[in-house]
Design a protein around this ligand. Structure first.
Ligand code: PLP
Length: 392
């Protein structure tokens, strides 16, 4: 189908790979192809690149290079943190309860649920307010009963809301619990200094900050006892077996470095585009309510509940006119499921089927925003008309 314009407003789902990142990766597909674990010169070249990448990442996280574990994605990092901490605590005969929130990515939620259902781990969910923020007093109450780890998302993929990690980490530590954070959406935008955040483990994924898909990392504070969930060779200090993906690890480090070098320009741009979207939608769509926190939210992230609108149908309308957006829910055509996150912050089933997430990026322009607002207004009007006609 011929479309007037293509506007990508789904950067929270994935970002394009920065050409400078592609350039940094290229030698590791051809020229430097040795296995980084091999002791000959071919292997040593690849190993050097991986260790340089580790130093680059460690500088940004303000940690030791030995505290960085490279993984295949954010999902794997979350799995390793939760399973590893739970299994280790169990093995030591210490409290192995797992604490999390209702606004986690499924990589955390489903891992915690599986640990509970299949392995008998006790689990607890800290309630959140309508914005998805955790109340520190309630968190403290839940932690009082102890446990292995609390896994709390840094910035919500669906609501954009940012949690107060320094405070939550102090509370978890006061109860001898580890604090893991899924920082996949925060990566490239928010402070990743693990000392300031106070976290024991932190997950990242490169494709959210203009790096390649299929590579991530887990920061693991020195001294944290973590049983590997992928066993085999002794790669990554024994915490994650499997031959390294040299090119992608190099690409992730380059992408992270570029993000934090350029954030003085990137973040004001994201914020400006995001605010134009939020203002425009609230001005033009009477059915729109901003979801997530109004201020403590990701610079690139705008999310809404569009009362009375079926998000699944809206996504199709927008796609047909060239706008890529997300419902924020696990919608599949013909099988619209309400968003667990919107349900988790107290929206009704119908409201949880009407989520809209728009996330801006480096290439987003004011013209893109104004086009998106126009087509959104038209699509919502069409859907409302259809609903009225069907009700007759
Ligand atoms: N955690 C959050 C908050 C995410 O948004 C995502 C991806 O959308 C993930 C984890 C999973 O990351 P990956 O796609 O690298 O597995």
């Amino acid at each position: 189908m011929q479309t007037r314009k293509q506007v990508y407003l789904d950067h929270s789902a994935s970002t394009p790979v920065d050409p400078r990142v592609v350039e940094a990766m290229l030698p590791y597909f051809g020229e430097v192809y040795g296995n980084p674990s091999s002791t000959h010169r071919f292997g040593r070249g690849a190993e050097r690149a991986i260790e340089d990448a580790r130093i680059t990442v460690a500088d940004i996280l303000n940690c030791q290079p030995t505290e960085v574990v490279f993984t295949s994605c954010g999902t794997e990092s979350d799995n390793l943190a939760i399973r590893g901490a739970g299994w280790s605590a169990c093995h030591r005969g210490e409290p192995s309860r797992l604490v999390t929130s209702p606004v986690e990515h499924s990589a955390v939620t489903n891992t915690v649920n599986q640990m509970g259902a299949l392995m008998g781990f006790e689990t607890a969910i800290v309630p959140v307010d309508k914005f998805g923020s955790i109340d520190s007093a309630i968190f403290a109450e839940v932690c009082e009963r102890g446990g292995a780890v609390a896994s709390i998302i840094y910035a919500s993929n669906e609501l954009g809301t940012i949690q107060d990690l320094p405070l939550l980490s102090r509370i978890a530590h006061a109860h001898d619990m580890l604090l893991h954070t899924d920082a996949v959406q925060a990566g490239g935008q928010l402070d990743l200094d693990v000392k300031r955040l106070g976290v024991d483990m932190l997950s990242l994924s490169a494709h959210k900050f203009y790096g390649p898909k299929g590579v991530g990392l887990l920061y693991v504070k020195d001294g944290v006892d973590l049983a590997p969930s992928q066993s085999g060779g002794s790669h990554e200090h024994g915490m994650r077996a499997g031959t390294h993906n040299t090119a992608f690890i190099v690409g992730m480090a380059k992408a992270l470095e570029l993000a934090y070098d350029e954030n003085d320009e990137r973040l004001p741009h994201f914020t400006k585009m995001r605010d134009q979207l939020i203002q425009g939608i609230l001005d033009r769509l009477s059915c729109a309510e901003l979801s997530g926190h109004p201020d403590r939210r990701l610079p690139s992230h705008a999310s809404f509940v569009l009362h009375g609108i079926d998000a699944n149908a809206l996504m199709m309308h927008l796609d047909m006119v060239g706008v890529a957006a997300s419902s924020g829910s696990a919608c599949k055509t013909g099988n619209p499921e309400p968003s667990d996150i919107l349900l988790g912050v107290g929206y009704s089933e119908d409201e949880a089927k009407s989520g809209l997430r728009l996330s801006v990026g480096l290439q987003t322009t004011a013209d893109d925003i104004s086009y998106a607002l126009d087509v959104l207004e038209t699509a919502v009007a069409k859907l409302n008309k259809l609903t009225r006609e069907m009700a007759r």
